[in-house]
Design a binder for this molecule. Structure first.
Ligand code: APR
Length: 238
């Protein structure tokens, strides 16, 4: 089976009702990154940061995967699909995708302030993290999120996955944030790269096949294009 790798961003979950970051009315229009998404913010105002993620976690519990998430999961019938997501929601998994790598952490998990690599599941029935909530070793818990300025431990495994891809599909990301945005450079020259977004995105790479649509409509169009490609004999250049 051909290896189809997806790099998704906030736009993937927009149709599920989750705000993106940089669109109008996006999250970073309402909050300053430095107040809610940096280790310094957590040191300075832990309650504000915990509340920001508690609100996003509660919102996620009200949302469900959209047709784009579901369409990607269905592609596993015909492709070895690996999803690399910048999103911290769990909508890809809830749609049925079986291989999902989170570059920027996971909203439904917590970790210790002293060990950001050991994650603990947060039960939907008790979705908040408060000051005084501790890990088994007595350390304060924090969101299992990669904050600005922190290392992105999953970038190396993500690079390897993209290097081994036959097809790369970029969905719903403005490609503003590195190292995630740099993953495109690891796709082999000449391999098919699709980009699904209702707006123009500067991907700094030639030969990209743009599908100018939202995630739900775009993934449906992608599935049709991939079907046509499968019907073309392998030795005919795409
Ligand atoms: N379907 C597909 N794409 C959409 C949709 C939609 N319905 N609506 C908006 N988009 C596109 C926008 O046009 C934009 O290109 O989704 C993209 C969202 O871009 P950003 O808001 O910048 O989100 P993202 O690229 O995921 O941000 C990357 O930045 O703040 C950090 O850690 C955060 O993971 C995030 C990272």
């Amino acid at each position: 089976m051909k290896k189809l790798v997806v790099l998704s961003g906030a736009g993937m979950s927009a149709e599920s009702g989750i705000s993106t970051f940089r669109d109008s009315n996006g999250l970073w229009e309402k909050y300053k990154v430095e107040d809610v998404a940096t280790p310094e913010a957590f040191d300075r105002m832990p309650e504000v940061v915990l509340d920001f993620y508690n609100q996003r976690r509660r919102q996620l519990l009200e949302c469900k995967p959209n047709a784009g998430h579901i369409g990607l999961a269905k592609l596993e019938k015909d492709f070895d699909v690996h999803v690399i997501t910048q999103n911290v929601d769990n909508l890809h998994e809830r749609a049925g995708s079986s291989k999902v790598l989170h570059l920027h952490g996971e909203l439904m998990k917590s970790c210790s302030v002293n060990d950001i690599n050991t994650a603990y599941d947060i039960p939907p029935a008790n979705p908040d993290i408060h000051i005084g909530d501790k890990d088994p070793y007595g350390n304060q818990l924090r969101p299992f999120i990669v904050w600005f300025g922190e290392a992105v431990p999953m970038i190396e495994p993500a690079i390897k996955i993209v290097e081994q891809s036959d097809i790369l599909v970029v969905i719903g990301t403005s490609l503003n944030v590195y190292p995630a945005a740099g993953l495109l450079n690891y796709a082999r020259r000449g391999q098919p790269v699709f980009l699904i977004d209702p707006k123009e995105v500067n991907a700094h790479r030639s030969g990209i096949r743009y599908i100018k649509a939202g995630a739900s409509e775009g993934v449906e169009k992608l599935a049709e294009l991939l079907k046509e490609m499968k019907e073309v004999p392998a030795n005919v250049p795409l």
